[in-house]
Design a binder for this molecule. Structure first.
Ligand SMILES: [Fe+2]
Length: 180
């Protein structure tokens, strides 16, 4: 870690490098694909949460947030003179990273969905933080405030899931025992 200062900042000098900017812009596209996958996943799952009002409301909020986050990334990409198009292959490759967390329908699907969503949120927090570090490294001052907004939303959702997973698991057990 010889390139790390005591403050934890990486002393990289890639400001204005075209190749570094390319990597960052591709990272924005990848993140856009991650958000699109989140939107598709939540849209598919929402109907399962009719008996879990709080979860349904928070997932609905996450769906709205994900759409906003995707729109923010589209704006940042156009600011860099490009677009989110051509992300079809990216969706497969990027989401493959987190696909291991997506479970096939089962009795305890609601619990599995919540665990998968927790993993997905933490992936997003990590990937937004990587984008923030790259933006700073290349000297981009426009993207960080926008990316920070999304990180804050991802963190709020991750915290909500962490706080409420125990009661969702207990509620599932209650329903399972009483509906059987
Ligand atoms: Fe997101």
């Amino acid at each position: 870690m010889s390139d790390t200062s005591t403050t934890g900042q990486y002393n990289v000098d890639v400001k204005g490098h075209a190749k570094a900017k390319e990597v960052f812009v591709q990272g924005l596209r990848n993140q856009h694909a991650v958000e699109m996958q989140a939107i598709a996943t939540i849209e598919k799952q929402l109907g399962r949460y009719d008996n879990y009002a709080d979860l349904h409301a928070r997932m609905q909020q996450d769906l709205t947030n994900s759409r906003t986050q995707a729109a923010r990334l589209e704006k940042l990409l156009s600011h860099h003179g490009t677009s989110a198009s051509g992300t079809k292959e990216t969706v497969t490759s990027v989401v493959g990273t987190v696909a291991g967390m997506v479970h096939i329908t089962a009795d305890d699907q609601v619990i599995k969905d919540v665990l998968a969503a927790t993993g997905y949120k933490h992936y997003e927090i990590a990937s937004y933080n990587a984008l923030l570090a790259m933006a700073k490294a290349i000297g981009d001052t426009d993207c960080p405030p926008v990316l920070q907004e999304s990180v804050a939303e991802e963190q709020a959702m991750a915290e909500w899931l962490q706080t409420h997973t125990p009661e969702i698991a207990a509620a599932y057990l209650h329903r399972y025992v009483n509906d059987a």
